[in-house]
Design a protein around this ligand. Structure first.
Ligand code: ADP
Ligand code: MG
Length: 706
């Protein structure tokens, strides 16, 4: 399919945000006073009043109906990691057989979707099934428009009758608040009087694979789990690096054009697109925004990537590891902090004050990453990511921070009191003799670090491609807020601020620089070095999740009012259960495919080779080759049979385990290894069975044809 979009007729500037009830649109549709009041609600300066909500709802409805909407939905982020919607039409009967289109402030502010089937981890007893959604006025409403119709979507938070957060949005918003509070204390202590708020900004780079729909439909594993549970690599993989940044093929280019078109309409600023390292792997990056908006946008990006692919006869795979043997997909979570008056706090500035501030903030982040490494690691713990972190073909799961030589040298100098020799490049005078100079260009690159400083932001690269970015950012914000609060305690007390900054940096960095590593994070030496530094290397989801309910984490979350103990515990149980369910499905698909698709094909092809061999022998020809191959395949079919049997039994055993942690462990320790063994047999057989007789689309087709 070709893209039909004509940007000469409809310029991007007109198209962008046409389906988004943005502040620009609200300014047009709302009375001035209402708009102003809404802005102060967005800024957290006051609560939304019902009278304002009524006016906004009315404008929103008129705007949406003008664009063809018949329904609205509160759009929320349950703990499944996906988004949820329950559509309500605007109609209200007039009593005489006609209807009006109505939408009140009350309906805008609060919904009661029930939604009792979503996981709540015990936060909702069944007798108390009520769940509510509340409008997040800081994330714009938008229209979902497709050939089936138009729906007004209102970003909301989802919570229980007793106020427990049932979603990923509420803790995220709370974490943004706590980071704001603590960062503002630092700014005030440093004498900043102009900033009113500190926000966190996020730009997530999204990786995905595309496969042709015809092949996808022939693979139950792709259809049901989003990844191939079998499949052997063809002679060529990604080793030539000819796909990365390569020219985008026309079918994919047409797809990307339509994808951008859809995203731009709803106000998602899709900016960058390119071919990724693995064949048929791609990436999309938007322009960064406030964290909660970035979280909402990223959910829309994932949904739209999938939807538009189908229109183009393809399927998009968001799974972290759809194919063995080539790279998996991640989501690089670019993260920074900025003031409401536009200062990026992670950008080294042009004067001594801003440089001191910069060093202080990045030191706080290093400390936070070191102290809460396990929590950050757990924020990327999902079944799919177990293939990307610490597994066979994957980099280690050690959290470390990359700074580049120059920044490290500067921080080391503060700790060790040694003169640092600026390694090339210019330096900026800090003007304060007690603080060092700062080089102008500190944007060294390192592609192997899980937490890399990239000049004016950090890039957290462990996040999985299918994940909501809400949780990683919630933990990150909270961890950094905690360290900032301690720094603020020290700074607020001090008379000589510059000396205090220096002290704070020295004490903190000397304790936590062990987490800084500039070398090759994918190397074996790093694994050993990290062990010497006592840095944790948690390879599996089941081992990464328990930190969530450990004392230190719960205290952290409670202190900053991000999550209560009950909320943390509920998430722990939900994530464990989600892990078990996913492995259960993947293993189940494997068993089914092995029994009904692979085994019959292998056995039958072995049989046909055996018949060939006897036919050859009958005419006195050499039959040794056919015989050998038949025997080998018969052996493999036996292996496949036995391994399937073993896997099936392990699966039944795991299903019987009651305790959530024990069950997840059973899947990880007993089921997953057997999946690998079954796969080895099947992949070996695939290499020996005649191409036409192999019953599944191959990696060659899935990875190299589009
Ligand atoms: P690179 O990874 O090479 O630095 P970009 O500069 O294009 O690539 O940035 C990648 C992502 O980082 C984009 O989504 C971009 O919007 C985002 N980004 C840039 N600056 C910031 C910032 N200050 N805060 C959060 N994200 C940012
Ligand atoms: Mg990047």
């Amino acid at each position: 399919m070709k893209s039909q979009i004509d940007y000469a007729a409809t310029p991007v500037t007109e198209l962008f945000g046409c389906n988004c009830f943005s502040n620009a649109v609200m300014r047009e549709w709302l009375p001035k006073a209402t708009f102003k009041e809404l802005l102060s609600v967005q800024a957290g300066e006051r609560e939304l009043s019902l009278s304002v909500a009524d006016i906004v709802a009315d404008a929103m409805k008129a705007w949406a109906i003008e664009k063809g909407a018949t329904h609205y939905t509160h759009w929320f982020h349950p703990l499944t990691g996906l988004t949820a919607e329950k559509h309500e039409s605007f109609i209200a009967p007039t009593g005489d057989g006609r209807v009006l289109m109505e939408f009140s402030g009350k309906e805008l502010i609060k919904g009661e979707p029930d939604a009792s089937s979503f996981p709540s981890g015990g936060l909702r007893a069944t007798f108390e099934a009520r769940g509510y959604t509340a409008w997040d006025a800081t994330s714009p409403a938008f229209l979902k428009q497709d050939p089936t119709g138009t729906t007004l979507c209102i970003p909301t938070a989802f919570f229980s009758y007793y106020g427990h957060a049932l979603d990923k949005k509420v803790p995220l918003l709370r974490s943004m608040d706590c980071l704001d509070r603590q960062a503002m204390r630092i700014l005030r202590a440093l004498g900043n009087v102009s900033a009113k708020r500190v926000i966190t900004t996020v730009g997530p780079e999204q990786e995905y694979f595309l496969v042709d729909k015809a092949y996808f439909d022939e693979r139950p594993d792709l259809m049901l789990t989003g990844r191939t549970v079998f499949g052997s690599m063809p002679a060529k993989g990604q080793e030539m690096e000819d796909h990365y940044y390569g020219a985008i093929n026309e079918r994919v280019a047409a797809y990307m054009r339509d994808l951008n078109y859809e995203l731009w309409k709803v106000g998602v600023a899709a900016k960058t697109q390119h071919n990724e390292v693995a064949p048929n792997q791609f990436e999309l990056a938007p322009i960064f925004s406030t964290t909660n908006v970035a979280v909402d946008s990223n959910q829309l990006v994932m949904e739209t990537i999938k939807k538009v692919a189908q229109r183009h006869g393809m399927e998009a795979l968001l799974h972290e590891k759809p194919f063995a043997g080539v790279n998996g997909s991640g989501k690089h979570n670019n993260w920074s902090m900025a003031t409401d008056d536009g200062v990026n706090l992670l950008e080294p500035g042009e004067n001594p004050e801003s440089n001191a501030r910069f060093l202080l903030f990045i030191t706080a982040i290093v400390e936070a990453v070191d102290r809460y490494a396990l929590l950050l690691r757990s924020s990327a713990a999902i079944a799919g990511n177990d293939h990307r972190l610490g597994a066979n073909e994957a980099p280690p799961a050690i959290i470390s921070v990359f700074f580049g030589e120059q920044l490290c040298a500067i921080l080391d100098e503060i700790v060790d009191g040694k003169e640092h020799s600026a390694k090339g490049g210019h330096t900026i005078e800090l003007g304060v003799t007690s603080l060092p100079r700062l080089p102008i260009d500190i944007s060294d690159r390192n592609r192997t670090s899980p937490f890399a400083f990239t000049g004016n932001k950090f890039e957290f690269r462990m996040v999985g491609s299918s994940q909501s970015i809400a949780t990683p950012n919630t933990y990150l914000n909270t961890a950094v807020a905690q360290v900032l609060s301690e720094f603020a305690d020290a700074l607020e007390r001090a008379d000589d601020k510059i000396a205090a900054i220096r002290d704070v940096i020295r004490v903190s960095y000397s304790r936590h620089r062990r987490v800084v590593f500039n070398g090759n994070g994918y190397s074996d030496e790093w694994v050993k070095e990290a062990e010497r530094r006592l840095l944790p290397n948690v390879k599996a989801t089941v081992d990464a999740l328990p930190v969530l309910v450990q004392k230190e984490s719960v205290e952290l979350f409670e202190r900053h009012k991000v999550m209560t103990r009950a909320e943390a515990e509920s998430r722990y149980l939900i994530y464990l259960e989600k892990y078990s369910k996913q492995i259960n499905i993947e293993a189940g698909v494997m068993v089914d495919m092995a029994k009904r698709i692979v085994f019959p094909a292998v056995a039958s092809f072995a049989g046909s080779l055996a018949r060939d061999a006897s036919a050859l022998a009958a005419i006195g020809a050499s039959s040794a080759a056919a015989e050998k191959r038949a025997k080998r395949l018969a052996e493999l079919s036996g292996e496949i049979y036995d391994e399937t049997d073993r896997l099936e039994r392990a699966l039944l055993d795991a299903q019987e385990v009651d305790d959530d942690l024990a069950q997840a462990k059973a899947y990880r320790e007993r089921v997953v290894p057997l999946m690998a063994r079954l796969r080895a047999g099947v992949d070996a057989a695939e290499k020996l069975v005649e191409r036409k007789a192999w019953p599944l689309p191959t990696y060659e087709e899935l990875l190299f044809k589009l």
